[in-house]
Structures are given as structure tokens and as C-alpha cells.
Design a protein around this ligand. Structure first.
Ligand SMILES: Cc1cc2nc3c(=O)[nH]c(=O)nc-3n(C[C@H](O)[C@H](O)[C@H](O)COP(=O)(O)OP(=O)(O)OC[C@H]3O[C@@H](n4cnc5c(N)ncnc54)[C@H](O)[C@@H]3O)c2cc1C
Length: 390
């Protein structure tokens, strides 16, 4: 039996941030089912420069595959809108990471801070007894038991840990974007991420081309399967043909993104839930790296406090939810409302919006102008938009 103060399940961005935050103060164990952290990659790898500044993390040049200067939105009929400067910061893009190196780099930070890393170790279940938690896991073929005070669930989508602690983490298929992506060579693109919209192109989602180093790029698609006639790969192949991309596929990635907005409750007795496990991805962009890192840090901070005060009940862990909500709760809330509106957009709406953005000059427009424009086209959106204005 290995005793520890805090046990983190999952060594993605959320888990490694939680571990590196807590390890200087407590005895921290991380269990990760994969043998190689960050592999397979299930990500288009875009994130903002500002998240590293906010968390005071020195970026390693190995983590960054390409610096992004701007984003381009492309409407169904091909109208291009270039988003630069402030707008790109709001969209939280700025880097295309190398997730395999980045996730490993964050895990190395956690290990250097003192966390004990158990790789190829699957979390199997947990039981609470006398305010302590017994966790069962399997490393290779050997069963191991941990005794801990706080568990941090950073085990990604459909978190088993959250479920075992009585928190429903199942993502309704209606709120799960199904993504498929090819990493391709032979794609020459300026340092700009491209996002393509349209109900034929990507039903209730979007398609993307994100350039990486040299001539490689992530070319992918996210769709809502309940609103689509075919699986994501079908739309991705059509998209590649549509763009006439002649590059070669060197990697295939697939995965789901929760776009429901965060779980109603992200803490319980002896447990904190972070990142994708708590459905913290942005419902419009699908980006979840920044919220995983932030929530991981807040979970680490809260768990340390609980250990120091020897208080692990949900009343004492509640502060975690206040912390992440203060930092990005509004972003997720507004994005969810924005998503519900975008889901009703016809291809004509996308085209008209793109044309209008270009006519007005993107740099001159705030989100309220976009709201007014959409309401003018569809008065039924007025109610949904009320919360943007308040
Ligand atoms: C195709 C695709 C493209 C995306 N593109 C972007 C993007 O461009 N930008 C962006 O910001 N976000 C993107 N995302 C979302 C982003 O990848 C996630 O939000 C982010 O990885 C969440 O981090 P996390 O640490 O919460 O979870 P994860 O990164 O999923 O990490 C969870 C970890 O837990 C481990 N684990 C799970 N179960 C167990 C268990 N029982 N025992 C032990 N370990 C376990 C897993 O092996 C994994 O390492 C994309 C997602 C997909 C699917």
C-alpha cells in the first residue's frame, strides 16, 4: 500500500498542472494509464500564448510547433474574414503546440516538483472509509493500492473517477462533438489558422487547417453526430477533397469534445474534478487546453489547503469551484449560449455574417455588434442574446 496526501488520476494538462502545483507542499502521486504521456495525440494543438503568462510557466521551445499570427474564418460560399490582434487573443489561439512534447513537458515539471509518477497504471476504483480514500489501480499486470486524502479527477472525458464519487460525468451524445483529424505533410500555409463553417462542410461544428512546423498541418473536423448523416471521417475526406489538398497523411487522430458547458458540480467529499473530466472545454471553439491547465492549478491549490487544514469534506473543497468560475466561468457560459445560436445558423446566415464583418471592418466590431446583427436577421435570437447584453 502506497500512502499519499493527494492522488491525481490522469497526466494530461489538467493532471500535470494539479500535480506540479501541489507537489512542493504535499506527497503527490499521479496515476496515468498510458505508457507514453501525450500519445496518442487527440488534439488540433491550438492554444493561446497568454495562458503560459497567466500561469507563470516558462514555455519550452520544443513544445511549440508553430507561432500563429492570425485566424481566418471561411464561410460556406468561401467569404474569408481575417481576425487579427485583439480578436485572435479572445479566441485563445497563438500557438500550435506539439502536444506529445508539451504533455510530457508538463509531466516532467510535476515530477521535478516531487510528484511520484505511476505510468501504465490504470485507476480502477475508489472507496471512502473514515475520511480516507482507498484507490485500486493496476500497473502492468500488478494490482496496487493507494491510500490518500484527496483525489483529483483529471481523467478526461467520461471520467470514471467522478462517477465513482457519485458525480454524473456522462456526456450526452447531443453535447459531444465527434472529431477526426489528419496530420498531413505537403501543406504550405502562412502562420494562420483557418476555420471553415457550413452545414454541408461540418454539421454543427467546423473544419480546420492548423499549420505546424515545416510543411505539416492538422487538418480536421468536428461535427455533432446527432445532427449529421455520416461519421466525422466522411466529412473530413470531403473537406480534404474540397480544398484540393494534395499532401500525405502521416497521422490520424480522433476523439470527442464535450460542448455541454461544465458539470453542475465539480467537487465532492475528498474529490476535485478538473479539465475535460469536468467538461470544461469551450463549447464554441472546443478548446480545452487552457481551462484544463487553469482548473488543474486551482485543484492543486485547493487540495493542498485541504491537506494542510486536514479537512476534506465537500464544504472545504467548495472553494475550488469559486476559483475556476471566477477565472473562466463567464467565458464558458457565454460560449455555451453562443453555441446554441450558432447551431441554428443556416449557410446563408454564415455567409451574410462574414460579408457584414468584412464590410464593417472586423477591427471595429465588438461582440455586441455581432449580437445586434444576428438579432436583426433573426428576431427569435433576441431572447437567447439577452444574457450577452446584461
Ligand atoms: C480532435 C480534437 C481536437 C482538439 N483540439 C484542441 C485544440 O486545438 N485546442 C484546445 O485547447 N483543445 C483542443 N481539444 C481539447 C483538448 O484536447 C482537451 O480539452 C484537453 O486535452 C483536456 O485536458 P485534460 O487533462 O483535462 O484531459 P486529457 O488530455 O484527456 O488527459 C486525461 C488523461 O487521463 C488518462 N486517463 C484516463 N482514464 C484513466 C484511468 N482510468 N487511469 C489512469 N489514467 C487515465 C488519459 O490517458 C489521459 O492521459 C481537442 C480535442 C480533440 C478530441
Amino acid at each position: 500500500m502506497r500512502e499519499c496526501d493527494i492522488l491525481v488520476v490522469g497526466a494530461g494538462p489538467a493532471g500535470s498542472m494539479a500535480a506540479s502545483t501541489a507537489a512542493p507542499h504535499c506527497d503527490v502521486v499521479v496515476v496515468e494509464k498510458r505508457a507514453h504521456i501525450g500519445v496518442p495525440k487527440q488534439c488540433a494543438e491550438a492554444t493561446s500564448e497568454s495562458i503560459f503568462k497567466k500561469l507563470g510557466i516558462q514555455t519550452d521551445s520544443k513544445w511549440i510547433s508553430r507561432k500563429i499570427e492570425f485566424a481566418r474564418l471561411i464561410s460556406p460560399s468561401g467569404i474569408k474574414v481575417n481576425l487579427k490582434d485583439e480578436r485572435i487573443k479572445q479566441l485563445k489561439f497563438g500557438y500550435i503546440l506539439d502536444r506529445k512534447k508539451f504533455d510530457k513537458g508538463l509531466a516532467e515539471r510535476a515530477a521535478r516538483a516531487g510528484a511520484d509518477m505511476y505510468l501504465r497504471t490504470v485507476y480502477l476504483g475508489a472507496q471512502r472509509e473514515n475520511n480516507a480514500i482507498t484507490v485500486k489501480a493496476r500497473q502492468f499486470d500488478t494490482d496496487i493500492t493507494f491510500k490518500t486524502k484527496v483525489v483529483i479527477a483529471a481523467d478526461g472525458l467520461m471520467s470514471k473517477v467522478a462517477k465513482d464519487f457519485g458525480i454524473n460525468s456522462v456526456t450526452n451524445i447531443r453535447h459531444l462533438e465527434s472529431c477526426c483529424q489528419y496530420e498531413m505533410t505537403g501543406i504550405e500555409q502562412e502562420s494562420c489558422i483557418e476555420l471553415y463553417f457550413g452545414n454541408e462542410i461540418a454539421p454543427k461544428g467546423y473544419a480546420w487547417v492548423f499549420p505546424k512546423e515545416n510543411d505539416t498541418a492538422n487538418v480536421g473536423i468536428g461535427i455533432l453526430p446527432t445532427e449529421a448523416e455520416h461519421p466525422a471521417k466522411y466529412y473530413l475526406d470531403k473537406f480534404v477533397t474540397r480544398l484540393n489538398l494534395s499532401g500525405k497523411i502521416v497521422e490520424v487522430n480522433a476523439g470527442g469534445v464535450p460542448v455541454s458547458g461544465p458539470l453542475k458540480q465539480t467537487y465532492g467529499d475528498n474529490v476535485l474534478i478538473a479539465g475535460d473530466a469536468a467538461h470544461m472545454a469551450n463549447p464554441v471553439s472546443g478548446g480545452g487546453i487552457h481551462t484544463a491547465m487553469l482548473s488543474g492549478k486551482f485543484a492543486g491549490d485547493t487540495a493542498v489547503k485541504a491537506v494542510q487544514n486536514e479537512e476534506y469534506t465537500k464544504k472545504n473543497l467548495k472553494e475550488y469551484e469559486k476559483l475556476w468560475k471566477a477565472e473562466f466561468g463567464r467565458e464558458l457560459d457565454l460560449s455555451l449560449k453562443g453555441r446554441l445560436i450558432l447551431e441554428e445558423f443556416t449557410d446563408e446566415d454564415f455567409d451574410a455574417t462574414a460579408q457584414w464583418m468584412n464590410e464593417k471592418g472586423v477591427g471595429q466590431l465588438g461582440s455586441l455588434d455581432l449580437v445586434k446583427f444576428a438579432v436583426k436577421r433573426h428576431p427569435k435570437f433576441a431572447l437567447k442574446f439577452a444574457s450577452f447584453i446584461s
